[in-house]
Write a protein that binds this ligand. Structure first.
Ligand SMILES: Cc1ncc(C[n+]2csc(CCOP(=O)(O)OP(=O)(O)O)c2C)c(N)n1
Ligand SMILES: [Mg+2]
Length: 348
């Protein structure tokens, strides 16, 4: 039996307004989801054209989870999004041309060509770049939350991880530390039901990952990660609670990995029926239908969102292709942060 609270879907428009979203906001959320998917679809094209060095990862099926949480963050909050969370970068305002530049290892990507993969983030937008080792970013986000506590800043850290990564020690360490000190951090588990080829029943023995939260001394919530409004509502509640001194929350988004682990993986081990079921629960299609039924999104509005995204991304591709390769002579610049860059009380 579940220990974590199982969140209800968002019912009425009234409930959405209560949660702080007006009609314009809702269309903006949809736009961010469309752009997120569009970025990754174009990434596939770049990969097939041989323009992406190394591998290529996407979060197809995870757009509602990533955009929903990022929409609930305040500008001053920070987060550590992972390889399924392109929607966080888009919602926080990273320009798509810089993401394409990153994919192609160009000088104008967020890592300035030091990395060609999704290990990227713009610190000016409150995002901290991931390292590949999972879930190494959880203690980093918890550390950011500790800094907010020491500095008496009313800010919240968002810490993303996959359900597979929940099996490793850093998850336990991060949650124990955050729970004992009641730090302002919200843990977001994108449970996309697979960790590469490992299914969930070999990853954790509880019904939900979020059931563990109780053992760490804070609330666990399970939410349908294909329902952007329910994700937003739960993230907003947890962030508000953390900001008000109520301590951490673990939100588990039940989401989908609609593609292989990465482009090199044909996911032969995922039952065909699962892919078929996922196709029926596509988060973009689900929210599109909701907008049509509940806020009368018109054909014109939808066309404007779709064609606007198309133009944005086509222009972005051109601009990224014009970005130069990094200059080998400055290879070691920007690899390590200076004490000033870190900007913590200990370094001042
Ligand atoms: C410590 C560590 N071991 C292995 C890997 C290779 N790896 C990258 S992603 C991944 C699967 C992680 O699964 P999950 O946490 O469920 O995240 P998902 O990829 O499904 O979003 C693996 C094994 C890694 N990055 N770090
Ligand atoms: Mg997973």
């Amino acid at each position: 039996m579940a220990i974590a609270r199982e969140a209800e879907p968002v019912g009425s428009l009234h409930e959405v307004r209560e949660a702080g979203l007006d009609r314009e906001d809702l269309l903006g959320v949809y736009r961010n989801m469309v752009v997120t998917r569009g970025v990754e679809e174009r990434g596939h094209i770049l990969y097939r054209q041989g323009k992406i060095p190394g591998s290529f990862y996407t979060g197809r099926g995870n757009e509602a989870a990533s955009v929903g949480v990022a929409t609930a963050m305040a500008q001053e909050d920070v987060g550590t999004p992972l390889h399924r969370d392109m929607g966080v970068h888009i919602t926080r305002g990273v320009e798509p041309w810089r993401i394409f530049a990153q994919y192609m290892g160009r000088a104008d990507g967020p890592t300035h060509g030091r990395d060609g993969n999704v290990h990227m983030a713009d610190t000016n937008l409150g995002l901290i770049a991931m390292v590949s080792h999972l879930p190494a970013m959880l203690p980093v986000a918890v550390g950011a939350a500790l800094a907010f506590r020491i500095r008496e800043e009313a800010r919240v850290a968002l810490a993303w991880f996959g359900e597979g990564a929940s099996a490793r020690g850093d998850t336990h360490e991060g949650m124990t530390f955050a729970g004992t000190r009641k730090l302002p951090v919200v843990f977001i588990c994108d449970n996309n039901q697979w960790a590469y080829s490992t299914p969930t029943y070999l990853e954790f023995a509880t019904e939900h990952v979020a059931d563990r939260a109780q053992a760490y001394g804070f609330e666990g919530v399970v939410v349908d990660g294909t329902d952007v409004l329910a994700v937003y509502r739960e993230a907003r509640r947890a962030i508000d609670k953390a900001r008000a001194g109520g301590g951490p929350t673990l939100i588990e988004c039940l989401t989908l990995r609609m593609e292989g682990h990465a482009v090199h993986d044909d996911a032969f081990y995922v039952p065909k029926a699962m892919f078929e079921k996922w196709a029926e629960s596509d988060p973009l299609e689900r929210f599109r239908t909701w907008l049509r039924d509940n806020v009368d999104m018109t054909d014109d509005e939808e066309d404007e969102i779709q064609s606007g995204a198309k133009k944005l991304l086509n222009d972005a591709l051109k601009r990224a292709e014009d970005s130069p390769m990094p200059d080998p002579s400055d290879l070691l610049e920007g690899v390590y942060a200076s004490a000033e860059d870190l900007d913590t009380p200990h370094h001042k």
